[in-house]
Design a binder for this molecule. Structure first.
Ligand code: TXA
Ligand code: MG
Length: 379
């Protein structure tokens, strides 16, 4: 198939003719990458089973990993989901349009393939003018996983989409870098009615707790997938794919008090050099002075991602940093979490912290897989 057509588009005031053209591609079963406020999505018609199959194929996505249905507005929700629990319904009025995804009962008209044959479906209404305009123009709900190859980090620039998928999709709407840079927060309810954050993301867990409390909805909020590696039917719990969002290089992650973390990072860097690796560093502003020694070998590639005091900046830059380090030929990346992580024997580490920092640490942990070094408590 010919390489994807790339159409630059104004992110705030998208040209309607471009949206209509892209919408027609979606309606006719094609694949269109487009910016959202979180990351780029790879869109297909949610009611077209064939298009969805080709989307899984293009991404090389595991067929057991369900997709998010994107709507132009909340009024489309009854077409794709039923029996919305009160707590989730309230969260949609509070956070849509925006980076919140709810999981509810799948409408029978939505093909099972959308949600890997689960009885549920994930839904969100994005806030980005291009995303909403495209969904409106296509006239159908649009499934859109992040526009990257499966297991790689999400695309936050059109160039990332080109690199991963340029040969296997039809069209890319290039609206520039995405603002938030991390994916939406995914929430579901448990059988007992409590709210469960399956994927920490752009809407902080604390904001969800406050929104429910302010509405007088008195339900507990849990964070993290229910711990089961694979249920009897072989279904994957989201978030249990340990190596995800990963750069090509090996990411070695340090977690604990900042000062001791920085010391360990320096040591890991020297280990990497001794092992003949091409090392890269992800650096927070606060660490730059102690981490970047003037005697440091010039072969270390450094990626500045911003200040810990501004998690928004780090979120915006993180995935691009992974990809930039990969492009520079780095083979081993050293980084640290913003907050301390919790660990239990035999379980993957769990991010602590607040707000966006929790989502950043979640992505770092998954990108690192089992290579997380702890330096003790944050105190
Ligand atoms: O910000 C975002 O959410 C981006 C943009 C493009 O909207 N999309 C995105 O999609 O991140 P994707 O496919 O990369 O991630 C979807 C997440 C996965 O963790 C998946 O397991 C979970 O949502 N998910 C989807 N359907 C689900 C369901 N029925 N039950 C539980 N989790 C579900
Ligand atoms: Mg993804």
């Amino acid at each position: 198939m010919p390489p994807a057509v790339i159409l630059p588009i104004d992110p705030q005031h998208p040209d309607r003719r471009l949206l209509v053209r892209a919408g027609a591609v979606i309606r006719s079963g094609g694949l269109v990458a487009f910016p959202t406020e979180t990351v780029y999505g790879l869109g297909a018609n949610a009611f077209d089973d064939h298009a969805i199959a080709s989307l899984y194929k293009a991404k090389r996505r595991d067929a057991r990993d369900p997709l998010i249905v994107h709507l132009a507005s909340a009024s489309g929700l009854p077409r794709v989901a039923t029996d919305i629990p009160e707590a989730l319904g309230h969260l949609t009025t509070r956070f849509w349009p925006g980076p919140l995804t709810i999981v509810a009962r799948r409408h029978p008209d939505v093909p099972g393939r959308v949600s890997a044959n689960r009885p549920t479906v994930a839904v969100r209404v994005p806030a980005h003018p291009v995303a909403r305009g495209l969904i409106e123009a296509s006239g159908v709900p649009v499934v859109a996983p992040s526009a990257n190859r499966f297991m790689r980090s999400s695309a936050t620039r059109a160039s990332h989409v080109v690199a991963d998928l340029g040969e296997v999709i039809d069209l890319i709407l290039d609206g520039g870098p995405t603002e938030i840079g991390l994916e939406s927060t995914v929430v579901a309810t448990d059988d007992d009615g409590s709210v469960r954050v399956l994927r920490p993301g752009a809407i902080p867990v604390e904001a969800i707790v406050v929104a429910l409390r302010d509405a007088g909805i008195d339900v507990p909020v849990h964070v993290g997938a229910v711990q089961r590696v694979a249920s009897n039917d072989g279904e994957l719990s989201p978030g249990l794919l340990e190596t995800h969002y990963a750069p090509r290089a090996t990411l070695v992650l340090v977690s604990g008090a900042p000062a001791s973390s920085v010391r360990l990072m320096v040591q890991l860097l020297h280990d990497a050099i001794a092992a003949g690796e091409r090392p890269g560093l992800i650096v927070y502003d606060e660490d730059a002075d102690s981490l970047i020694d003037p005697r440091m070998p010039h072969r270390v590639t450094i990626s500045h991602v911003g200040s810990v005091a501004s998690p928004e900046t780090i979120a915006h830059n993180l995935f691009a940093s992974f990809r930039d380090l990969d492009a520079a030929g780095v083979t081993r990346i050293v980084a640290r979490t913003i907050d301390a992580v919790t660990t239990m024997p035999g379980r993957p580490p769990i991010p602590g912290g607040f707000g966006l920092a929790r989502a950043i640490d979640d992505r770092l942990i998954r990108a690192a897989g089992s290579r997380v070094h702890l330096t003790g408590s944050m105190k």
